[in-house]
Design a binder for this molecule. Sequence first.
Ligand code: UDP
Length: 341
Amino acid sequence: MSDSARPVILVTGGAGYIGSHACKLLAQAGYLPVTFDNLSTGWTEAVKFGPLVVGDLLDKPALKAVFDHYKPRAVMHFAALSQVGEAAREPGLYWRNNLGGSLNLVEAMVEAGGKDIVFSSTCATYGDQDGVVLTEDSAQQPLNAYGSSKLAVEGVLRDFGTSHGLNAVIFRYFNVAGADPEAEIGEWHKPETHLIPVMIEAAAGAREALLINGQDYPTHDGTCIRDYVHVMDLVDAHLRGLRWLEQGRGSRVFNLGTGVGFSVAEVIRNCHEGTGRNVPHAFGPRRAGDAAALVSGSQRAQHDLGWSAQRSSLKMMIEDAWRWYLTGGYSEQPSQRTVEG
Ligand code: UDP
């Protein structure tokens, strides 16, 4: 199908990890994903499935121009800063980018007559709740500016729903891992801070050791528990969320996780199965802003969207992340980045 015949989805953060996987799936499903990304952490090489507009969510005229030019049918909003440690150190950065940027986006969208948005929120909006399985109705008590800025955006979407008829599917992600099984795209952060890719780097010998952030949490082995979900499963839910909106079913919040938590030590023990290698590791202090345990109840996504996690075993996530790592990832240096599209 020619580009002009395909419905356009504006994908903020489409040059990043999750956004690029969403673009691949959208293109396979017959949409034209238009990436809007400031390339602060994304890669032009990750934008393979539709045009790239380099721009910043804090630049309202640039947003207006992209809505005027592409007239997207809907928006998928991934662009955000997303590191818990950095958020604990620099809360202002997180509030400005994540809340300020999202507010600009939603205003530009409403001004252009847009109605439907799929938003990446996070389990970090729940905070620490004694290891209970978290449902969409659990209290939201974020521990850091990453979680609180995302929670604030959920509020913006609700208010714009009431006042302007905006429909928002909000996904609260648990821990996203793995890569495109075809290894065309994957997770590539410089520097890397997330557990599974850091573990892969350590297994490959690219870093001396994986430092475990704390061993005195109130969990069965003292390390933090997280619920890991494969990025392909996650973006599959986004496509289902988009169709939910297209069917006029209105705003809805969904958790996305598997319902099963693994401790950091358990993830490390699974490394060999996925990579054939062991991980050199050491114990360090707790990381500021970390909850002891975050595990999702995802019945709502299963029931309403017909979603289920297909690739989210630890083994498959680690295998896919390892396969992607062995490709060498993205080659460009930030200074060599060019504007396309
Ligand atoms: N973690 C760790 N060492 C690392 C990276 C992460 O011990 O080098 C821990 C981190 O403190 C958390 C868990 O692994 O308990 C998952 O962290 P990640 O940054 O991957 O995701 P988050 O839960 O912060 O979204």
